[in-house]
Ligand binder design. Structure first.
Ligand code: PLP
Length: 440
């Protein structure tokens, strides 16, 4: 059941100076205002004429053998400057309906805005809400791109929240905010960044009760939640032999958006992991008050995401409908499950006694622990020697140079025989390290 609704918070007061100063610009405003007037002749915008475009038709065949052709209107929109910065209206509507079906947001008035992948959503969040000196809390190990590509260059302070197998610890977040307020009064703590499903790098999913507890801390401490959920469609069965969920069997109503009575959640979904990373498409779900500022941030970056990609993405999702998407998700989940099973079996064979792990809830990664090894960076020369590469866990910690005993193993890409070989090599590297250190 969705939590009861209250008044939305005033999200505008979280905006940075940059977020407040964004605008569409006068020319764009003219273009938007005038093109909707019937009979108007436009001499105001620098649009190429339709007959100057290179593509006269565009069609593709899906892996199921379904042939799809774009119609003239789609082909024109795909090549012209006509899409609003918030995205192709039909794709916005598809994604809004999808979000409502899958998440039953506590505030049903949420809107979606199309982005060029989760990365553009993250980057827009930084433009809108984070400036030099602001604090962003993240899970103790997290997607390193957020720290390295976005936070560090902007001077945003990224602070880790200790985790257990269920995700960030609510009491630790609460205590860290309180301590910061005491030690450094006036510090702006803006948001918690979380990857709630099949987390990168741990592969673990934060259960509903933990999400609820974290939401309540964010509420009490009045901070935003940046919910980045690209692996939601790659959830896999917890035990062998159980069926993959497809779309229909995915856990529903578990997201922070579902809990968000206040309008403090900025939820990012991406097509990268369930369609293809190259389409650079996704959607952000926000309170209505944020649609304009977010659209202006996208307009400032790229005049909105690629139109060709949005048209293709929508044509595919519309062609599939819910049934087609379910079948597609079942197909890709089976591919990921087979690779995960190969990795787990290889780990049993080659890493038993050297490392420990928990079966991930899905996604792309197995997070292993090497007992007795304080910093897995020390393994690098052994890995080079064994001809296998896997990132040491320390690089996922937001504080540069932090040590930990983990390694992230991706099972998504290499075929079964390569996974088997890689894990055998990793076992060899771990044994070499053990022999070296026990001889010292
Ligand atoms: C947690 C997380 N967020 C975002 C991304 C990037 O997503 P996109 O390709 O949609 O920009 C990744 C990719 O690895 C990721 O793991």
């Amino acid at each position: 059941m969705a939590p009861s609704q209250s008044q939305p918070i005033d999200v505008q007061r979280f905006l940075t100076r940059e977020g407040k100063d964004l605008s569409y610009g006068q020319l764009r405003k003219l273009l938007v205002d005038f093109t909707s007037i019937p009979g108007v002749i436009g001499l105001h915008g620098g649009l190429p004429p339709g007959d100057a475009f290179p593509l006269a038709s565009l069609s593709y065949t899906t892996v199921e053998g379904d042939k799809v052709s774009l119609d003239d209107a789609q082909l024109y929109a795909a090549q012209q400057y006509v899409l609003p910065s918030a995205g192709l209206p039909a794709l916005r509507e598809w994604s809004r309906q999808h979000v409502i079906d899958l998440h039953a947001p506590a505030r049903p008035d949420v809107e979606t805005v199309i982005v060029a992948g989760a990365t553009q959503g993250l980057s827009a969040f930084f433009s809108l809400f984070l400036e030099r000196g602001d604090v962003l809390f993240v899970e103790e190990v997290s997607y390193s791109q957020v720290t390295e590509a976005l936070a560090i260059p902007k001077g945003v302070r990224v602070l880790p929240v200790p985790m257990d197998a269920d995700g960030a610890l609510p009491e630790a977040l609460d205590a860290a905010i309180a301590e910061l307020a005491e030690r450094e009064p006036g510090t702006r703590v803006k948001a918690l960044y979380t990857i709630p499903t099949c987390q990168n790098p741990t592969g673990l999913t934060t259960p509903a009760a933990r999400r609820q507890a974290l939401y309540q801390v964010c509420r009490r401490r009045d901070i935003l939640i940046l919910e980045d959920d690209p692996y939601i469609y790659l959830q896999l069965p917890a035990r062998d032999g159980a069926p993959v969920p497809g779309l229909r069997g995915l856990p529903r109503n578990t997201s922070y958006l579902h809990l968000d009575t206040d309008g403090r959640v900025f939820r990012i979904d991406s097509c990268a992991k369930f369609l293809a990373p190259g389409v650079r498409a996704g959607w952000v779900t926000v309170a209505p008050a944020l649609v304009e500022p977010l659209s202006m941030a996208l307009q400032a970056q790229t005049l909105g995401p690629c139109a060709l990609s949005q048209v293709l993405t929508h044509s595919l999702l519309a062609r599939w409908g819910e049934e087609g998407l379910h079948v597609h998700l079942e197909r890709i989940q089976r591919i990921y499950l087979a690779r995960l099973q190969t990795l787990l079996a290889a780990a049993e064979r080659h890493l038993a006694g050297l490392a420990t792990w928990r079966r991930p809830s899905g996604g792309m990664f197995l997070w292993i622990t090497v007992p007795g090894l304080e910093d897995t960076r020390q393994l690098m020369s052994d890995l080079v020697e064994a001809r296998v590469v896997a990132p040491p866990g320390g690089i996922f910690h937001p504080t540069p140079g932090t040590k930990n005993s983990h390694i992230r193993l991706a099972f998504s890409f290499e075929p079964a025989d390569k996974i088997e070989q890689a894990i055998e090599r990793l076992g060899r590297a771990l044994r070499a390290w053990k022999e070296r250190t026990s001889a010292q």
